[in-house]
Design a protein around this ligand. Structure first.
Ligand SMILES: [Zn+2]
Length: 83
């Protein structure tokens, strides 16, 4: 599957985090309950694809790290979060 960046977004724990974990079984998302390692380092989260999950706000720490993985500088407002 084509993937623009080496990470995936995953709703978990009330926020949308990002993870470099591969999607299980060649799927397009992490099924509900999948344990994910997020870029912000929270290792206790499980994917949640509930009705509102994809509308949750982004985890700012994960978002900051995605700029590193995408090879592009983050906007100034995120620099404080990334450090
Ligand atoms: Zn996060």
């Amino acid at each position: 599957m084509w993937s623009p960046h080496p990470f995936h977004w995953v709703p978990a724990g009330g926020q949308r985090h990002a993870s470099t974990d591969a999607h299980p079984n060649g799927g397009h998302l992490y099924p509900d309950g999948t344990a994910v390692t997020t870029l912000c380092g929270d290792s206790t989260l499980q994917a949640d694809n509930g009705d509102h999950a994809w509308l949750w706000s982004e985890c700012e720490t994960c978002r900051a790290h995605t700029y590193d993985l995408a090879g592009t500088p983050p906007p100034p407002a995120l620099l404080a979060v990334a450090s």
